[in-house]
Design a protein around this ligand. Structure first.
Ligand SMILES: [Zn+2]
Length: 261
């Protein structure tokens, strides 16, 4: 009897003691570099080195709260929150916005630091009757074409996908000082008819409306398989939005977190 109780307690303690295995910063940086082989050459100390030779500071030493991180995070900040991939519905906890924090310095270094430079690197991708212009940097255009091919095998999903609300748009995030990832041609918005976006739902900073999502999880699973994270997993939700962030999918997986508990 006592050994059975001991086993039960032991198992419970095991689960309690084994949440996400926290990766070290070094392990996260290795996964970041591995996720962008075309543009990142490596990292050493506090510097990330691009293939072109440019370096970017990894940790600028500034400690920020969540909202300042959203506006001006550094590379370390962009890797803090763990992205939980998988076919299960999200239930985002307060201010859990994995991927919404980005290093604008890194994005500009990889994709281009002006509208014209980004534009020159866009490439056409057929998307259910329209042509999208997607960055060819990091093979994002090829990744999106693979997503399209898998989605095309399920005609019942098509109404959610097209018309797309767009890819490239050099602009700031609504109400924020930082550039949207659409500025880099590395994000796609699906058909707005099914969209739930915390701002459109009447949200204000500090007051986010109740979470909602109308897109089938099959769509999310396919995007995630090809390196795109979903804005529907954010507390500040944006369910039509997908962006190419393969490092976050790799880091979440290596950390042992997943949408399906
Ligand atoms: Zn978007």
């Amino acid at each position: 009897m006592s050994s059975k109780i001991g086993f039960v307690l032991g198992a419970a303690a095991l689960f309690a003691a084994a949440p996400a295995s926290a990766l070290t910063l070094s392990e996260k940086l290795d996964l970041l570099v591995a996720a962008y082989p075309d543009t990142l050459a490596g990292w050493k100390g506090n510097a990330l080195t691009l293939r072109g030779g440019e370096t970017i500071e990894i940790d600028d030493g500034v400690r920020r709260d969540h909202f300042v991180m959203l506006a001006e995070g550094d590379v370390v900040d962009s890797l803090r929150q763990l992205y939980e991939a998988g076919p299960c519905d999200p239930k985002p906890s307060l201010n859990s916005d994995p991927g919404r924090i980005r290093s604008e310095l890194l994005m500009k270094a990889m994709y281009g630091d002006s509208a014209n430079i980004v534009k020159a690197r866009l490439s056409p991708v057929d998307w259910f009757g329209e042509t999208l212009r997607v960055t060819s940097v990091n093979g994002v255009d090829n990744a999106l074409a693979k997503v399209r091919d898998e989605l095309a095998a399920q005609p019942d999903l098509r109404a959610y996908l097209a018309p797309s609300a767009g890819v490239f748009n050099w602009r700031k995030v609504s109400g924020q000082p930082n550039l949207s990832v659409h500025s880099f041609g590395a994000a796609i918005d699906l058909n707005t008819k099914y969209a739930d976006y915390w701002v459109w739902s009447g949200g204000k900073p500090g007051r986010v409306p109740v979470y909602a999502n109308k897109y089938p999880m099959e769509i999310v699973e396919i995007f995630e398989r090809h390196g795109f994270i979903w804005g529907g997993r954010w507390y500040h939700y944006d369910t039509m939005h997908f962006e190419y962030r393969p490092e976050l999918i790799a880091i979440g997986r290596a950390s042992g977190v997943a949408a399906c508990k």
